[in-house]
Design a protein around this ligand. Structure first.
Ligand SMILES: Nc1ncnc2c1ncn2[C@@H]1O[C@H](COP(=O)(O)OP(=O)(O)OP(=O)(O)O)[C@@H](O)[C@H]1O
Ligand SMILES: Nc1ccn([C@H]2C[C@H](O)[C@@H](COP(=O)(O)O)O2)c(=O)n1
Length: 226
């Protein structure tokens, strides 16, 4: 079977990670969570005392951390300077600061290069999820999907996830999602955007299983005509 490259983009909480992992596992493909890489570099900046509001300081430190991503969809990994970063990158502090760090052009060019080399090394193909995969990172992807969902649906999903941990009420969660999407969509360098040739899937009223089935079908259709 020929290798296939699938780009899945969309705002926060639309189901990119859950869908991409499941589709990759079902089709025997690799999986890359590019948001985890931006979170990892943000965590490194915070841990190393870099002011995350100072774009020049972020730019000059951006080449320092060594970020590695494991692409097995059953057990994706992320390390920074050899240490497991999968827990620390999910804190509210990282979530609040990741948009500012990922807007710095030097950060984006470094992480984009890393993403392209990982995709090129995936022999059977890969599902890569993020914000600018179809537009900038892999503009020649075989299939581009843009997932959307209403802010209400996305906030409800996130609140369900956070229950008992760093729980916030629904309205606060909704506002935080909207604020992060606005920052990610309005930055100058490769903003969150739908590629012209992407297939848009509104997941608001679909179960996760339905979204997975829809994307698997789209990949299989692409493979059949390759
Ligand atoms: N169609 C769906 N119906 C109900 N819940 C869903 C659906 N898709 C995803 N979820 C749930 O919503 C939450 C967010 O999903 P996921 O992390 O995959 O989104 P995401 O787009 O990758 O978000 P982010 O960009 O913030 O990482 C998870 O708890 C997931 O199980
Ligand atoms: N291709 C990407 C992926 C992610 N980012 C930034 C913007 C997001 O707010 C942040 C965290 O992503 P998440 O873990 O929520 O998917 O990372 C980006 O700029 N480009």
């Amino acid at each position: 079977m020929e290798s296939v490259i699938v780009a899945i983009d969309g705002p926060s909480g639309t189901g990119k990670s859950s869908t991409s992992k499941a589709v990759a596992a079902e089709l025997g493909l690799s999986y890359l969570d590019t948001g985890a890489q931006y979170r990892a570099i943000t965590w490194w900046m915070i841990s190393n005392g870099i002011d995350t509001t100072d774009a020049a300081a972020i730019a000059s430190a951006s080449g320092k951390p060594v970020i590695e991503s494991g692409t097995d969809p059953a057990a994706p990994t992320i390390t920074v300077d050899g240490a497991d970063a999968s827990g620390p990158i999910r804190t509210q502090e990282v979530t609040a600061k990741v948009s500012a760090v990922s807007a710095v052009p030097e950060v984006r060019s470094r992480i984009t290069e890393l993403q392209r080399s990982i995709a090129a090394a995936a022999e059977k193909g890969i599902v890569v999820e993020g914000r600018d995969i179809g537009t900038t990172v892999l503009p020649d992807a075989d299939l581009k999907i843009f997932l959307t969902a209403s802010p209400e649906a996305r906030a409800a999903r996130r609140s369900g996830e956070l229950k008992g941990k760093e729980a916030a009420d629904l309205a606060t969660t909704r506002e935080a999602l909207i604020k992060r999407d606005a920052a990610d969509s309005s930055r100058k360098t490769s903003p969150l955007a739908k590629a012209d040739d992407a297939v848009e899937v509104d997941t608001s009223d679909l179960t996760l299983a339905q979204v997975i089935e829809c994307v698997v079908t789209l990949v299989e259709e692409k493979r059949a005509v390759k």
